[in-house]
Design a protein around this ligand. Structure first.
Ligand code: ADP
Ligand code: MG
Length: 693
């Protein structure tokens, strides 16, 4: 149950003075529907009214606060004309302009003959100074009536800065005094304010510099958010660790056979990853580890050896691939290795029907099938294992924390290894996968030829097509990636379908098309044809990003490369260069390029290191973009900025793990306060775990 002291913060914004139902809709659009959403929306700008020039010195176009004498009211002769008030100081004149101005109000606010402070934008009209609808009018005898600085918040159509500022101000005033959840020594060392004071400070900037993510008050609030994130992950991790796993230690016999059959030696990076995985499997707690490694870094053999460890220990192992065709590819690659080890390999996908399927399920249930490969079909209800000890989930970088939490809550589960070919920066990995252990293969097997990468302006597309033609005639295969399926008026990008039709005229039926709106089976059929070399050119959207291995493909053309993210381009490029022939990647772009697009293309030409590319991607874009916030389960941070607060995130991780070690049920005084923190940042599902754990 949420601590009652927090209830006012979780009330609807309509409970704030001046926010009615109509306004609430706009406020909700700009910040969120609850009072806490306003509190956690920090200013994006600041208006500085501290400049107090004389009229003659006030620059046109700038904001200024003037002390003026009200000389004369000049009401309009027609209601369509503005109400004018002439003012002056010893240096000159300025006219205040009010459209549909109410004379009564204006006479009261600006009495003739008196002095007033007015603040607003200085405009020029026929060479003279004027100010339309001053933002503020105040009596100089009451200096507080004129704020020197005003916070500016993100707005939405129809919502004015003043209204939003008042709403946020009222929300912040609601923030109750809460006991400190941060470690006292840490707060002192950082020289941070308490939560309430930090909120006040962050909401009242007096310069643009104070909007920086590195401003201490913002750092404090960001750390709160990061700690909430990490604490939630640590709680998930703890529940998982407590769930009964089993200790898996194989005798090494099967692995020795496979290693002997390999034409290569494992790299040090592969050996290290295996050591970490084996140690997890041996530990009695349930393992959940993430294995990151670029495309082609050799994760598959690592996965297979880990599965053999389970088989040696008498358990079954399963590997789940995201698509049918990938499952089949794993089956092809692993079959000879399984043979070398003398273990039985089974594949189960959605395509298996009837008697054949029942037979397979029978072999899985009896334990005869020692290693099972497949798609989601692996975990359908009717698939029963004799003793499933180890699961590998491949290419699942879009595996959200909520899904993992759901798994954690379901009681005992086999050890799990998640593999992804999309390296993500260390800081992001902490924020998303902080509940998992992590291994990375950063080094590629020796002897890889680099993929030659070139950026070519789209004006030279005919040359590129000619090159593609030559390569196709020489028996090579080409991927051609286009951004969208249909020409859209809003986004005039080359459509895959148009390109396909055009290429068919040149290449005939050796051209295939695959895009995201096709069914899984349709996609697989085309990919399979490409894999079987029945097609020379595969026109595709980014659906091929995760995918099929076609070692004979040597050229990757990416049209409108300037519209793709860095990591995505890298991922696409990874589709080629898997065979013996030298490969190339052609980034077709439409100029002129912006700075970011230029930087992206040049980083790609510079390096093929996916980890480095991921870091650069984070630097060039925001965290949410890097992962594709909507699908990735990436936590949406309100205040923290992963690119700027990476150090704090690492500290929050350690902090959270320590807290859970010392006070797993958050029962201490600090623990109680930390529960509040989890609620403030809507990590309450984690609070639920405290009890289920
Ligand atoms: P990933 O799954 O990480 O994309 P793969 O496991 O498919 O990469 O490996 C790519 C290729 O490299 C495969 O053909 C594999 O046999 C080969 N390979 C793996 N490890 C090594 C190694 N240590 N030395 C040489 N080749 C290797
Ligand atoms: Mg792979």
């Amino acid at each position: 149950m949420r601590p009652p002291i927090l209830n006012p913060l979780f009330a609807d914004v309509t409970t704030l003075p001046g926010v009615g139902p109509k306004l609430a809709v706009l406020v909700a659009r700009a910040a969120g529907p609850r009072v806490i959403d306003l509190i956690l929306t920090l200013p994006s700008g600041v208006i500085d009214r501290s400049a107090r020039p004389k009229i003659a010195d006030a620059p046109f176009g700038a904001l200024a606060t003037l002390e003026v004498r009200i000389d004369k009211h000049d009401p309009p002769r027609s209601p369509r004309l503005p109400y004018r008030v002439i003012c002056s100081d010893e240096t000159g004149f300025i006219t205040l302009i009010f459209f549909r101005g109410k004379p009564d109000y204006l006479k009261r606010a600006l009495p003739e003959g008196e002095t007033r402070l007015i603040s607003g934008k200085i405009e020029e009209y026929a060479g003279a100074r004027q100010m339309t609808h001053p933002d503020h009018i105040a009596d100089p005898k009451d200096p507080d009536a004129m704020p020197l600085f005003e916070a500016v918040y993100p707005l939405t159509q129809g919502l004015t800065a003043n209204v939003m500022r008042k709403a946020v101000g009222a929300a912040v005033a609601r923030a109750p005094r809460l006991s400190e959840w941060q470690d006292a020594a840490w707060i002192k060392r950082q020289d941070w304010l308490g939560w309430n004071d930090a909120l006040m400070t962050a909401h009242s900037p007096t310069s643009t510099a104070e909007l920086s993510a590195l401003q201490p008050a913002r750092q404090r609030l960001a750390y709160d958010e990061l700690l909430a994130n990490q604490l939630a992950l640590a709680l998930i991790r703890r529940v998982r660790m407590k769930s009964i796993g089993r200790s898996i230690v194989g005798d090494g016999t099967l692995r020795a056979k496979v290693r002997k059959s390999l034409p290569f030696k494992l790299t040090e990076a592969q050996e290290n990853a295996l050591k970490e995985i084996n140690a997890d499997m041996e530990a009695p707690e349930r393992m959940v580890r993430l294995l990151q490694g670029d495309v082609g870094s050799g994760k598959t053999i690592v996965a297979f050896l880990a599965m053999l460890n389970a088989v040696e220990a008498g358990a079954q192992a399963a590997l789940m691939a995201p698509t049918e065709i990938l499952a089949r590819q794993h089956f092809e690659t692993l079959s000879p290795l399984a043979e070398a080890a003398g273990v039985s390999l089974e594949i189960v996908t959605g395509r298996d029907k009837g008697a054949a399927r029942s037979e397979k399920l029978g072999r899985i249930a009896s334990g005869e099938a020692q290693i099972v490969l497949g798609t989601h079909a692996l975990f359908q209800e009717d698939v029963a294992y004799k003793e499933l000890g180890f699961i590998i989930v491949d290419e699942q970088h879009r595996f959200g924390v909520h899904q993992r939490m759901a798994l954690s809550e379901k009681g005992p589960r086999p050890d799990m290894l998640v593999m992804t070919a999309t390296p993500i920066p260390r800081t992001l990995a902490l924020a998303v996968y902080g509940d998992m252990e992590m291994s990375a293969i950063r080094e590629k097997p020796p002897g890889r030829k680099p993929v030659t990468t070139r950026a070519v302006p789209v004006e030279r597309i005919e040359e590129v097509i000619a090159g593609v033609k030559r390569a196709a005639e020489a028996g090579e295969q080409i991927y051609w990636v286009c951004p969208l399926v249909e020409e859209s008026e809003l986004v005039p990008l080359t459509a895959a379908e148009d390109r396909y039709n055009e290429m068919r005229e040149r290449f005939g039926d050796r051209v295939g098309l695959v895009h995201g709106r096709m069914s899984g089976a349709e996609k697989d059929a085309v990919m399979e044809k490409f894999h079987e070399r029945e097609l020379s050119v595969l026109i595709a959207t980014t659906v091929i990003e995760v995918g099929v291995n076609a070692p004979n493909a040597t050229i990757m053309v990416i049209e409108h490369a300037e519209h793709f993210g860095l990591a995505q381009l890298h991922q696409l490029r990874g589709r080629v260069g898997r065979g013996v022939k030298p490969a190339s990647c052609i980034l077709l772009y439409k100029g002129p390029l912006g700075e970011t697009a230029k930087a992206r293309l040049s980083i790609l030409r510079e390096t093929e290191d996916g980890f480095r590319i991921a870091e650069e991607d984070l630097r060039l874009r925001g965290a949410g973009d890097v992962l594709g916030a909507a699908q990735s389960g990436f936590p949406e941070f309100r205040i923290a900025d992963i690119a700027a607060h990476g150090e704090l995130l690492a500290a929050a991780r350690d902090d959270a793990r320590l807290i859970i070690e010392k006070d797993p049920e958050l029962k201490s005084e600090r623990g109680e306060a930390l529960r509040c923190l989890l609620y403030l940042f809507s990590r309450d599902d984690a609070v639920r775990l405290i009890r289920s754990g």
